[in-house]
Design a protein around this ligand. Structure first.
Ligand code: SF4
Length: 897
């Protein structure tokens, strides 16, 4: 590459702008783009580590048929042939596409057009179904169209930000910083966090409400009742712009008649509930930010509408500093919604049921076989495959064998499917293992197109890396298949710009009620303008204003009014004697989805090298689980094994497990294996936040770990996890079968690593302790430790030895004693991924007494100085320290002073 390339981050829905360039030393540099309106130069740790994830290891570089290398013509011919024969024999609904919010809009558009206009089925759905389908459904019910009214500036203008069902500090870090780190002199907003967990987003909160899981709708129904009772309904707005107010209020009064009953139902303190309600009632500039904690629910759509009801009742929609704000999880979840990538949409915000709109799309596409009805949604697609009704599936840019709920049913379906094609940039994922045909797709940095972020902002994702191997753009692969199915004239695409123009043209060419999603101003742009396109928010039609929508009180419904929706909260999922805990799931701060990219960066894997579950101390005691031990989590459907982290941040009665781990990184860590696929009946979004589970210690006769410069083979372990750490591989394992000869076993585990090296070994059969190390040229090549329980040597100390070119005698000895000669103390987990600053260093600086602010702490330790993504944790640690000082006895305070 030459010069700088402006592009967009491939991870979360914030959609940060980036600048990619080559440093003088020749390596790639990725920085935040100061000119991009979403982030104004900021980046989180994931974005800042992008350059570390671009290597070709693990990339799909050539097409494959049944695991053997094929050429493009063979792979495309074979796939098209299977799809054609299947459609001819069983009809268009016997095939399906399962696509992704990782696809660019142009890819998404081509896939949707092929399925819905040419194959003639609605069977294209997306992993965004798992992410924000409830918000889409909620928006449509309330506003008449899937519209996010506000923009990111509103988070800076708001006086009150309500964060509910979102750990924005970790999952949308740059946006979180925008709301909490305001310009000097600008007043800080009041922040209320509603979350059963005390997450990093609580660090800056004035109030944290931790309701019982599943009671969100009661809480917001109660807010509506409180607004009405205290005279804070905007009567003029409701009269002019809203339908359904009376019925909605009456329904809310049934489930949430007063603050006390809300508090009792939600398990909250009544005074705190009242405080939240009062702040909301009295703060005009209020934004309610919500995400997966609301959406990923069997009643997610109702929860969304319970929130929207409160904003409609107060007229706080689409005006500066106020409005409901749905955060999208993926970089192009919004783009997928725009092209119609959900099975219940047609295209360009035209829905099934809108006969005139469908006809307009058909006419625009010159479509020979327009789908007449919605297709199957994500979970339904895999169920239909399991029943043999869908016979050919094409997965694009996603990993459903990990991310879908339903235990092993999805894997069983993929194994039993007559034909599975997978387009992916990674060659070995849990899903590519089921592929009859693997298409090597371009990855971020190689592909070119557009994405839309959570605030409706369309940005270019530009290529700046050479195409590796025979990888191809997704839109090209789709077009080639379309041509082989006989639709070449309609898929004669030569560039993403050509597709984008067509997509933009379609948004202005549909009839029926006026739709706000209209970017037809971009339908005629030439390639150069497309290439240089700056980030723009839609709508972009006939000079329409686009920063905020719906502020006028005019809604895209037949009568122009919004709808308040009466909500009767469903009963919550309850634990019982057999499954006494409720499992909650979500993201880690530094990982993305199934880690196919982020796991390549040691800086990012440092946060969690193995699957972990968070559990409250009381529950840990009840379940006989210790910090650092392994736990076996069971649901009625499956099993997960993870390391125990005991924390007060986790509410009693619930567990938290991260979603990221797949079979590539751990033996039994897919949260999807535990989750029963119960879906919201309106949105089809699965319930991923509430699964009854039990937790017991994982029984193992031995525990161990190995650190090695090269990957090792895992033999004879009943559980394992592995991660790429800085300069070495980190592997944890545990088992029940005790090898007869540990030395022999250790040599086989370390494989070639031990051959030709210096072998150090220690064993104490009575204590069950074994330690092994291989040195090459005096440097540590690998070490392996075994103990009868999880109390094993300090991994950080050992990891540090890989940096030594020749081990000192004292360190060689320490390898065999299992403890450093001069104990530095366990510094705990990494808090700052960018600078690798650990908890112990930060705690020491705080205890020092000279670091009373985040800025001072950052100066002293380096933590938070780069991307700032850990500032929420730093704030929380300072707060906790201050609380500790304030609660300390007088003598202790005098001492610390
Ligand atoms: Fe990427 Fe982080 Fe920005 Fe999200 S917040 S778009 S992950 S840099």
């Amino acid at each position: 590459m030459s010069g700088e390339t402006r592009t967009t981050c491939p991870y979360c829905g914030v959609g940060c702008g980036l600048v990619a360039s080559r440093a003088a030393a020749g390596h790639l540099e990725i920085k935040g783009d100061p000119a991009h309106p979403a982030n104004r130069g900021r980046l989180c740790a994931k974005g800042a580590a992008l350059a570390e994830t671009l290597g070709l290891e693990g990339r799909a570089l050539y097409p494959e048929i049944n695991g053997r290398r094929a050429n493009w013509a063979e792979a495309l011919d074979h796939t098209a042939d299977v799809f054609r024969r299947t459609i001819d024999e069983y009809g268009p609904n016997s095939v399906a596409f399962y696509v992704s919010g990782q696809l660019l809009t142009e890819d998404y558009y081509a896939a949707n057009k092929l399925m819905k206009g040419f194959i003639g089925s609605g069977n294209i759905d997306t992993n965004s179904r798992l992410c924000m389908a409830s918000s889409v459904a909620g928006h449509k019910r309330a506003f008449g169209e899937d519209v996010v009214p506000g923009n990111y500036d509103d988070l800076e203008l708001a006086d009150l930000v309500v964060i509910t069902g979102s750990n924005a500090a970790w999952c949308h870090p740059v946006l979180y910083q925008r709301m909490t780190l305001r310009e000097p002199g600008a007043p800080a907003p009041r922040i209320v966090v509603i979350d059963p967990r005390r997450t990093a987003s609580c660090a800056d909160a004035n109030l944290h409400l931790a309701p019982k899981p599943g009671t969100d709708a009661i809480l917001f129904n109660g807010l509506l009742v409180h607004l009405a009772r205290t005279g804070h309904i905007d009567q003029d707005y409701v009269a002019a712009s809203v339908a359904g107010y009376e019925d909605t209020l009456a329904a809310a009064q049934v489930s949430a008649p007063d603050v006390e009953s809300v508090a009792a139902a939600c398990g909250l303190d009544a005074q705190e509930v009242w405080q939240f309600y009062e702040w909301f009632a009295r703060t005009e500039r209020t934004v309610t930010l919500y995400s997966q904690g609301i959406n990923q629910s069997r009643t997610g759509t109702d929860k969304v509408n319970a929130i929207l009801n409160c904003h409609l009742a107060t007229g706080r929609v689409g005006k500066p500093g106020m409005g409901p704000f749905s955060l999208t999880g993926q970089p192009n979840a919004m783009g997928g919604r725009e092209v119609g990538g959900l099975a219940n949409q047609v295209a360009a915000h035209v829905d099934f049921g809108d006969a005139a709109g469908i006809e307009a799309v058909r006419e625009f596409w010159k479509a020979p076989a327009m789908a007449a009805a919605p297709g199957l949604k994500a979970t339904e697609i895999f169920e239909a495959i399991g029943r043999g009704e869908i016979k050919a599936l094409w997965i694009m840019g996603t990993n459903p064998a990990v991310s879908m709920p339903g235990g092993d049913a999805v894997r069983d379906a993929l194994a039993a499917a007559e034909f599975v094609a997978v387009s992916d940039c990674a060659s070995d994922t849990d899903s590519t293992r089921f592929a009859d045909v693997l298409f090597p797709a371009l990855a971020w940095g190689e592909k070119d197109g557009t994405v839309t972020n959570s605030e409706r902002r369309i940005s270019r994702q530009r290529n700046f890396l050479p195409v590796p191997g025979e990888a191809r753009a997704d839109w090209w692969i789709i077009s080639e298949i379309a041509a082989r199915l006989g639709f070449g004239a309609s898929f004669d695409y030569r560039s993403p710009a050509q597709i984008f123009r067509e997509h933009a043209g379609l948004t202005g060419g549909t009839s029926g009620p006026a739709r706000l999603f209209d970017i037809s101003d971009l339908a005629e742009i030439d390639d150069a303008v497309y290439g240089a396109l700056n980030p723009v928010q839609w709508p972009l039609a006939r000079g329409a204003g686009s920063q905020r929508l719906l502020a006028s009180g005019e809604f895209p419904t037949l009568d122009g009014r919004a709808r308040m929706i009466p909500i009767q909260p469903a009963a919550t999922v309850t634990a019982d004697a057999k499954r006494p805990l409720i499992l909650n799931t979500g993201r880690l701060r530094d990982q993305w989805h199934t880690m196919t990219r982020t796991a390549k960066s040691p800086r990012l894997t440092a946060e969690a090298t193995e699957p972990v579950i968070d559990i409250n101390p009381a529950d840990a005691g009840n379940c006989a689980l210790e910090e650092g031990a392994l736990a076996r989590i069971e649901s009625d459907q499956g099993v997960l094994i993870a390391r125990v982290h005991v924390t007060e941040a986790q509410s009693q009665g619930s567990l938290f497990a991260p979603i990221h781990f797949s079979d590539r990184f751990a033996s039994d860590a897919r949260v999807g294996s535990l989750i029963v696929p119960v879906c919201d009946p309106i949105s089809g979004q699965p319930e991923l936040k509430q699964t009854p589970v039990s937790a017991i210690p994982f029984d193992a006769a031995w525990h161990g770990f190995a650190l090695s410069r090269e990957p090792i083979e895992i033999i004879g372990a009943d559980w394992w996890a592995r991660a790429q750490a800085a300069g070495h591989q980190h592997t944890e394992f545990a088992g029940n079968d005790v090898p007869e000869d540990w030395d022999l076993w250790a040599r086989s585990i370390l494989g070639e690593l031990h051959g030709g090296g210096e072998w150090l070994a220690f064993g104490d059969k009575g204590l069950g302790l074994y330690r092994f190390a291989v040195l090459r040229g005096g440097a540590l090549a690998a070490c392996l430790f075994i103990a009868p329980d999880h109390n094993l040597p300090d991994r950080q100390w050992l990891a540090g030895l890989f940096a030594e070119s020749i081990l000192k005698p004292v360190d060689r000895m320490a390898l065999l004693t299992g403890a450093p000669a001069e104990p530095a103390g366990d510094q705990g987990p990494v808090v700052c991924a960018c600078q690798g600053v650990r908890l112990g260093t930060i705690e020491a600086a705080i205890a020092d007494g000279n670091t009373k602010s985040v800025a001072a702490l950052s100066d002293a330790t380096g933590a938070g100085a780069t991307c700032g993504g850990c500032r929420a944790e730093l704030t929380q640690m300072l707060k906790t320290h201050r609380q500790h000082l304030n609660s300390a006895p007088m003598e202790a305070l005098a001492e610390s002073a």
